[in-house]
Design a protein around this ligand. Structure first.
Ligand SMILES: *Cc1c(COP(=O)(O)O)cnc(C)c1O
Length: 392
């Protein structure tokens, strides 16, 4: 059997060794605390589940859904953008429902990247931007996110000839895995850069609602003129505890959203279960801000338990204002993989090696705030007591 060559362009799964070890330790009966997965541990809102059950009884929802999304869902998404960001969107031309932003981001690449084209991708980052670019035959050009640049891309460091050959740029703030955040000024610079080089600008806003200490994350579409060149992926997954529902939207520039992503999607899938979209519309309409406030208070107390606990023991760690991750520098003398393995063996705590998110992720591990506060305290206690080597 001959598989397509493009399959071999995707790097092998980096956690293979770590997950084998997790399985082995669990099999021995040990209590493993998993701070690896970025998947909310609390349920979706009750009223959303009720809406799904009700909508599923309507036989109209049993038929093929519209490609671009249920009208009501897209309308609620537009109304939400107005309410939350002050951004006006035309639900029929500037909102396209996606089965999760992962699906949307992956398919968007195929609308913008021809073989040999550059895609500007942050590094470290959510792997989809890079791997789909490789599958499409494009060239991912890394924008390093380092402590030196505050984990924000230095647009001035992108070589002129790369910028000219780039067709798409990905951004993600608040960002996975570094948990860095930006103010609107950075988005303004990014929009100007994208306009100068005629690059489709794609902002992945998966964590835009997960913010702390009074910080409110902007939409890139708040920038004047952003809609000329940019789109944004809004996801219900993380903020509404709805990862399993696979719901989000690509919103913004009509050429990107409908004439780019839309063409790939109408030729690939046939939309998303309408009853789920009715429930998603309810999530956006009902009381989103109260729900986010409740969740963010929970994540804040977990974050503080982790960060304060590690700091008290002398660890070098920064408290994030966004996402539900802490980006922890590993001690000198260890790779991120070696350190994650040591934390697993000695403390029975799972953290993700930063190298899994790109070469500039080396030197860090990502810790997810996806266990309750008591479990988090227990994880910290074990790490501090058993992982003796730590940064000075
Ligand atoms: C979790 C995550 C996603 C995936 O979101 P879905 O809408 O569930 O597909 C996208 N981008 C980033 C950065 C994420 O961390």
């Amino acid at each position: 059997m001959k598989r397509a060559d493009r399959i071999t362009r995707v790097p092998p799964y980096v956690f293979a060794e770590l997950s084998k070890k997790v399985d082995a330790i669990r099999a021995s009966g040990a209590d493993v605390i998993d701070l690896g997965i970025g998947d909310p541990d609390t349920p979706s809102p009750d009223y959303v589940i009720d809406k799904l059950a009700q909508a599923a009884r309507d036989p109209m929802t049993h038929r093929y859904p519209p490609y671009e999304g249920d009208k009501e869902f897209n309308r609620e998404m537009a109304a939400y953008y107005k309410k939350r960001f002050g951004v006006t969107l035309d639900p029929d031309r500037e909102v396209f429902m996606v089965s999760g932003s992962k699906e949307g981001l992956a398919h968007l690449v195929w609308a913008f990247v021809d073989p040999g084209d550059y895609a500007l991708v942050p590094d470290p980052a959510y792997p989809v931007y890079r791997t789909q670019t490789l599958l499409a035959g494009g060239i991912p050009f890394e924008m390093p996110l380092t402590r030196g640049n505050g984990f924000i891309p230095d647009l001035g460091a992108i070589p002129e000839e790369v910028a000219r050959r780039a067709t798409v740029m990905f951004l993600n703030f608040p960002g996975n895995p570094t948990s860095s955040h930006v103010e609107k000024d950075f988005f303004r610079d990014a929009v100007a850069f994208a306009k100068k080089y005629d690059i489709a600008l794609v902002h992945d806003a998966a964590y835009v609602e997960m913010t702390y200490d009074g910080y409110v994350a902007p939409s890139i579409l708040e920038v004047d003129g952003a809609k000329d060149i940019a789109c944004e992926f809004y996801s219900l997954s993380k903020p509404f505890n709805m990862t399993g529902w696979r719901m989000g939207a690509c919103v913004g520039n009509n050429e990107i959203v409908y004439k780019g992503l839309g063409i790939i999607k109408t030729n690939t899938d046939s939309g998303h279960f309408v009853a789920a979209q009715k429930a998603g519309a309810e999530a956006l309409r009902r009381d989103p801000f109260a729900f986010f406030a409740k969740m963010n208070a929970i994540y804040t107390s977990r974050r503080d338990a982790l960060v304060d606990g590690l700091k008290a023991a002398g660890w070098d760690v920064t408290s994030p204002k966004g996402t539900f991750y802490v980006w922890l520098p590993v001690p000198a003398g260890y790779t991120s993989g070696e350190f994650a393995m040591m934390v697993l063996e000695k403390a029975h705590v799972v953290v993700v090696p930063g190298a899994a998110y790109g070469r500039f992720g080396e030197g860090y591990v990502r810790i997810a705030l996806t266990v309750d506060e008591a479990r988090m305290r227990e994880a910290v206690r074990r790490m501090v007591a058993n992982v003796e080597s730590r940064p000075a």
